[in-house]
Design a protein around this ligand. Structure first.
Ligand SMILES: [Zn+2]
Length: 374
């Protein structure tokens, strides 16, 4: 069983947060945060499949994320919500949820126990995103931060430049009579991309897995351009002018061949690595991530003024080392309980950001969604 690194300081009050077989657990509050298996009480940072598992007795999330979480964990699940920044007493701790800017309803979890505050960021980004509330920095004593892109090579440009490049690609493809197929995670990235598209160029269609989450976003009050679900009868309706948004798991599928001439692209932070785009056979790669880039991670850690930092997900070792070199007490935190072979836990490995063949984070979510709707 993984444990929190044994560095007993006055900050690491027994009972605040500890690692359990189901993930991060708060004994003083009696709840898990983003548990890896069904537990009685789960506080959820966001609805991506590797953070929100079905089968828990009770869920607590940010009010803006309830609809998308419902889509993920099922209609009968009990989901309680907190408004942004609203503080509640749970057991012996004070708990509040603060937007993390990652996807709709994504939150940082703030737990205060006997005067010491812990913040668990979940996934986050600092860039503006019209489809979710912006990241809010929170000062804390102990910070548990993600580090998906915690290597200096990961630096994002201005998202508006990316939007312009995608729309220019769409216009050029339209002139050539080729349908654009843009791969993106079905929850979050796909809706953010849709909000960036210029609907005057042509019709926008979405794969069923994407469309399900488009509806959840609209139900939550997010404005998106007109998007139609791609049913068999509408597949050729775009006449080479359409933009189709699909999950990465649909790449190379027979489904794709029904569009005739296409141009295919992927929008992801992993497109920073040219070899990934080439190997996966994309015509274009647009660098766009819902995670913080390296400078964003450093900025968020410094803004937290945390005296102790745990680093989780992605480039944990190198990012923790980088923070230590800057005088911040930081270490890796293994948040993956590697269960029995073939179990849910062992199936969802983290992307190796510094390997030459990174997996794509949250792809698991899309795989599941495709199975449900194809
Ligand atoms: Zn996520």
């Amino acid at each position: 069983m993984p444990t929190l690194p044994q560095r007993s300081t006055e900050l690491e009050m027994p009972g605040t947060l500890e690692m359990s077989p189901a993930g991060l657990y708060c004994p003083a509050g009696g709840f898990h945060i983003d548990p890896w298996r069904a537990v009685p009480r789960a506080v959820i940072t966001h609805a991506h499949a590797d953070h929100a598992r079905s089968g828990c007795g009770q869920y607590l999330c940010l009010s803006t994320g309830k609809r998308v979480l419902r889509e993920r964990v099922g209609g009968s699940a009990r989901i309680d919500t907190l408004r942004r920044g609203e503080q509640v007493r749970v057991g012996d701790v004070d708990l509040k949820l603060v937007p993390s800017g990652h996807i709709l309803g994504a939150a940082q979890v703030c737990v205060t126990h006997r005067g010491v505050r812990w913040v668990v960021t979940g996934d986050y980004k600092l860039e503006a995103d019209p489809t979710c509330d912006p990241f809010e920095p929170v000062e804390t004593d102990v910070l548990v931060t993600e580090s998906t892109f915690g290597l200096p090579i990961y630096r994002w440009g201005d998202p508006q430049d990316t939007a312009d490049a995608i729309n220019a690609w769409w216009r050029d493809s339209r002139e050539a009579g080729r349908t654009c197929v843009l791969f993106a995670y079905a929850l979050g990235k796909a809706q953010r991309l849709a909000s960036m598209l210029d609907p005057s160029i042509g019709p926008i269609y979405a794969h069923g897995a994407v469309m399900k989450m488009v509806r959840a976003y609209r139900d939550s009050g997010v404005r998106l351009p007109p998007i139609d679900q791609l049913a068999p009868a509408t597949r050729r309706a775009g006449g080479g002018r359409a933009m189709v948004i699909a999950p990465p798991s649909a790449a190379g599928s027979r489904w794709l061949k029904t569009f005739g001439e296409t141009q295919v692209a992927m929008a992801s932070g992993w497109m920073t690595i040219r070899g990934v785009r080439r190997r996966r056979g994309f015509d274009r790669g647009f660098i766009l991530s819902d995670h913080a880039d390296f400078p964003g991670l450093v900025q968020a850690v410094e803004a937290s003024r945390a005296r102790r930092v745990y680093v989780t997900h992605g480039s944990t070792a190198s990012f923790a080392r980088f923070l230590c070199e800057r005088g911040i007490e930081a270490s890796e935190l293994s948040t993956r309980f590697h269960g029995e072979e073939g179990s849910d836990e062992s199936d969802v490995d983290q992307p190796a950001a510094d390997s030459d063949s990174p997996a794509l984070p949250d792809e698991q979510a899309d795989e599941e969604a495709v199975e449900e709707t194809s």
